[in-house]
Design a protein around this ligand. Sequence first.
Ligand code: NI
Length: 252
Amino acid sequence: MKNYLIDTHAHIDMIEAPINNILQQMETAGVKKVINPSVEVKTMNKIIELSKTYENIYAMLGIYPSEAKTYSDDVEEFIIKNRKNIVAIGEIGLDYYWDKSFKEKQCEIFAKQIKLANKLNLPIVIHDRDAHKDTFDILSEFNSCSPILFHCFSGSVEFMQECTKKGWYIANGGVVTFKNAVKTKEVAQQVPLDKLVLETDSPYLTPVPFRGKPNTPAFVKYVAEEIAKLRDMALEELTDITTQNAERFFGI
Ligand code: NI
């Protein structure tokens, strides 16, 4: 029985608090591991260094959709060179909310990074905002073997079911604690338990009761508590299952 939590998505490199405070808060809250995604080239080194220095911080590398234009052969080489230091390719995908203007470029770079993850035999962590159909279609077309996880899942129950039918994983974060987040609460209630993992997306999307303040990986416990309540199950059981899922998905 796993009695600790995992935050599967936190931008440790962007949190302003001292790293020792972050780790101390995690320990107090029973959060044992955290995965740090990259969004842009210039922070990749820092993320790798953090993961080498602290044994409970894991790195994933990838280029975020809004940064698609910065993807290059050099970036790909850097990722390949660091293969043994990373647990996934992410966060990658499509964002039509902020960047409708260069959809084609986003799709091209998304597909390239899917192929890279396949080649390196790594799982993929997806950012999908207002782009469910294209994200689904590109993954279906280009992904041959990588496990897939939708970070901060924002689709409907129906879209969640399409994804989990494919064997893909769903991550829920702080949004599930927001009173008006009806769709996200429904998804958290109905997602197959063996496909659910937890995250914070720190320093963003801080859960209730700290909404409006900077987020931190320790707060993943509020996400766990809310989902346990929504599903009417014991917190210990939800913790055990989601932690097992995260360890299986990332191979950690
Ligand atoms: Ni993120």
